[in-house]
Design a protein around this ligand. Structure first.
Ligand code: ADP
Length: 750
């Protein structure tokens, strides 16, 4: 039995400790359940020794000694054969028992010894198999019956002795059957399970092969993916670089366009509205032509502004100034701009805005621009019927739609309508002006707010443009990590290497700046830090409480407010580093430097006159300082027609200077009542001229109005002072490290 168990275990474990299916299939358990020949060989040896030694006490000497020696010899033979041929040894046992029985018959010649035939059957069933025992029992029965019939046994066995012997033979056979039947069933059952296990193992091996193949393919795919990722990163870097260069190029080109365009528009305005400045009235035909020139220049100027807007939005340079906005008011403001146009075209305007609509968190200027663009498009392209503006709340979103009864948009145009410069391929609107940029800009603005804009249109049945905006700002995913945590969790140190690459975590800096200039200037560094712009200290504090920040950067404008505001911020957000700085808005900076106002080009007549009146003293002589002769010309024309306080027009005396040195000379020489000073001048810039003038006691009182171009690139933002504060203060080591860090930063190139 032990052999059988060992064989079973052996079958289950192949060479490498794995399941051996072939051996499982070949397993025959039953033969192993019989007694092995070796113990029987020993038994024979012992029995032989006993018989040999006790032979003198036995009858019919020397037959007992011979039998004893024969037994020892047989025991030896069985042992030796069993060492090499197990099956032969088994049959040797049967043969030995047969010889023993025969010897006893001869030796004892007693009638009852026939019963010993049962020993033969018992030996066969115990050592070989039940089937062998059955064959031997049948053979012995046939032999006994034949011998009885032939009368061979008549001399020493009666029929009763034969019957007893037969009974013994078949009794032993029956007992063997009773003993081996359950073992046989068990062996069948085990075999059945072997076979099932065999099939399962085969299946597992097939799956393992498949998994191995999939793993190989996965590894290959991973390698390809890593390669593609590398390429993508390289291409993205190139694309970003191109995007930046494009934005810089567009900014430069639009500046170059805008300056002469503003000049042309300004001069044509003057020509058309105050022709008497030029000495005579304009002929009607010339007036009409000037109107066309003016309209086209306006169109060009609008287009340049649109291109600039779009490129800034695409380059991610637009900073949203978001606040809670009442949508009804916002739509009303946009409608008021086009209402006269709608009236002229006899178009009905329907507003369907529910009174309980919540205010939405958005940049009012940008969203007004979007709504205005949609309504003015609808008005431009609709000839009959009207326009309906709807707003509705849907969960956390507000949907605004502008529907018209115009010609609609063909499906082939609809797919591309939000692309820049797409103006449709069909329909009468190709000749209706426009640049094809309005919808592209609108899409950028809406997507910047986290919303979506779309079009629904059937040609001939009108168009409906709609956009979705979130009512509240989206929650930062890091804002409430607590919502994923459970108190029952226990911290266990990680033992495996993380598979995912670490996501770069950018420091979050909340910028509090009333003018918004600082936040928008910093957005260009969005790769280094996440810049969150807020317009008031309370808004910044609310933002930091909602989602912690690395630092609060507080622009206090003029340096004298620095300590007061920074201390207020520090007490409100004690565990956040507060960095207070003083970046003056341009007007503040100009005033601090001694100027009375700061104008940004294009300067309209009204703005110029208003700024001059703001000086608060009579102005007779004006010094114009600008390196561009055309600008000097335009400004002098505007000054020439400036009405006096009492409605009388007294011509102003106008002097001009093309650079800083000339300006200072003219100031000393002419002592004008006012200076219009351009910021960018060759050599000494406008700020330096102003500073020199302020140092001169004789010139200090002459008022100056600074004039600058619109593009910020001309005036780099300057921070005059910074202070850092942390709730609980800084340790001496932190102080030293801050000082060293600051000096390293401040000594490096800007
Ligand atoms: P623009 O109006 O300056 O050409 P837009 O981007 O605002 O630029 O519009 C792009 C094009 O979309 C328009 O030229 C016109 O063909 C089409 N379009 C926009 N709104 C409407 C509308 N309400 N009905 C029909 N066509 C429209």
């Amino acid at each position: 039995m032990k052999d059988a168990v060992r064989q079973f275990e052996h079958c289950l474990q192949g060479e490498g400790g794995e399941l051996d299916v072939d051996r499982l299939g070949a397993l025959r358990l039953e033969p192993e359940l019989h007694i092995s020949p070796q113990p029987i060989a020993i038994l024979f040896g012992v029995l032989g020794l006993v018989l040999t030694n006790a032979s003198e006490f036995l009858p019919r000497q020397p037959a007992g000694a011979v039998v004893g020696l024969a037994l020892i010899a047989m025991g030896l033979i069985i042992w030796l054969v069993g060492a090499r041929w197990l099956q032969a040894a088994r049959w040797s046992v049967v043969a030995a028992v047969a010889l023993l029985v025969l010897a006893l018959q001869v030796w004892l010649a007693a009638p009852g010894t026939l019963i010993l035939l049962a020993l033969l059957v018992a030996a066969a069933s115990a050592v070989v198999s039940f089937r062998a025992a059955l064959v031997l029992a049948s053979f012995a029965t046939a032999l006994l019956l034949l011998a009885s019939v032939l009368g061979v046994l008549r001399s020493y066995a009666t029929p009763v002795d034969v019957a007893i012997a037969l009974f013994a033979v078949w009794g032993i056979t029956g007992a063997a059957y009773g003993l081996y039947q359950p073992i046989h069933r068990l062996s069948e059952w085990v075999r059945d399970y072997y076979l099932r296990a065999q099939r399962a193992v085969e299946e597992v091996q097939a799956r393992r092969a498949e998994v191995a193949q999939v793993l190989t393919e996965l590894e290959h795919a991973n390698r390809q993916l890593a390669l593609a990722n590398d390429r993508m990163a390289a291409l993205r870097a190139v694309a970003e670089e191109v995007q930046k260069s494009k934005a810089a190029f567009v900014a430069k080109v639009s500046h170059e366009f805008r300056t002469p365009l503003n000049m042309i528009i300004g001069l044509i305005d003057l020509l058309m509205e105050t022709p008497e400045v030029y000495g005579e009235t304009l002929p009607p035909a010339l007036f009409e032509d000037l109107k066309i020139v003016h309209r086209n220049c306006e169109h060009l100027s609008g287009m340049v502004n649109d291109v600039l807007d779009l490129s800034q939005a695409e380059a991610g340079r637009v900073t949203l100034r978001q606040e809670r906005v009442d949508l009804t008011e916002l739509v009303g403001a946009a409608v008021s701009v086009v209402s006269s146009f709608l009236e002229r075209k006899h178009l009905a305007l329907t507003l369907e805005i529910p009174s309980d609509l919540p205010s939405i968190y958005c940049d009012p200027t940008r969203i007004r621009q979007v709504v205005l663009n949609l309504i003015s498009n609808a008005a431009r392209f609709t000839e009959r019927g009207g326009i309906t503006v709807r707003a509705a709340q849907r969960d956390e979103w507000v949907t605004v739609s502008v529907a018209d009864t115009g010609p609609g948009i063909a499906p082939e145009d609809a797919a591309r309508i939000f692309e820049p410069f797409c103006q449709g391929t069909r329909g009468p609107w190709r000749d209706r002006g426009g640049s094809g940029l309005g919808l592209a800009i609108s899409k950028q603005f809406i997507e910047l707010h986290g919303g979506r804009i779309w079009l629904e249109s059937q040609p001939g049945q009108g168009a409906m443009f709609a956009f979705d905006l979130p009512i509240s700002p989206p929650l930062d995913p890091l804002a409430h990590p607590g919502r994923w945590m459970s108190e029952d969790w226990k911290w266990v140190e990680r033992t495996s290497q993380p598979m995912l690459p670490r996501a770069p975590l950018k420091p979050r800096v909340v910028v509090c700046d009333e003018t918004g200039e600082l936040a928008s200037a910093l957005t260009r560094y969005s790769e280094q830090a996440e810049i969150i712009g807020t317009s008031s200290l309370s808004q910044a504090i609310a933002d930091i409480r909602h989602c912690p920040a690395h630092a609060l950067l507080l622009n206090v404008g003029l340096p004298d407010r620095l300590w007061h505001l920074a201390a207020e911020a520090r007490s409100a957000v004690a565990d956040t580093l507060v960095v207070a700085c003083s970046v003056s808005p341009r007007l503040d900076r100009a005033r601090a430097a001694g100027a009375s106002d700061y104008l940004v080009r294009p300067v309209t007549r009204e703005k110029l006159w208003e700024a001059i009146r703001g000086v608060g003293r009579p102005v007779r002589r004006v010094l114009l300082v600008d390196d561009d002769a055309d600008v000097r010309q335009l400004l002098s024309r505007m000054l020439a027609i400036m009405p006096a306080e009492n409605g009388q027009r007294t011509p102003l005396e106008i002097a001009a200077a093309a650079d800083g040195a000339e300006a200072l000379d003219a100031l000393h020489r002419d002592s004008p009542d006012l200076v219009l000073l351009d910021v960018v001048l060759p050599g000494m810039d406008g700020w330096q001229v102003l500073a020199q003038k302020q140092q001169d006691a004789a010139l200090r009182d002459i008022p100056v109005i600074m004039v600058s171009a619109q593009d910020r690139a001309e005036q780099p933002m300057v921070c005059e002072a910074i202070a850092a504060m942390l709730g609980g203060g800084l340790s001496s080591s932190q102080l030293l490290r801050c000082t060293l860090g600051l000096s390293a930063v401040l000594r490096s190139p800007p």
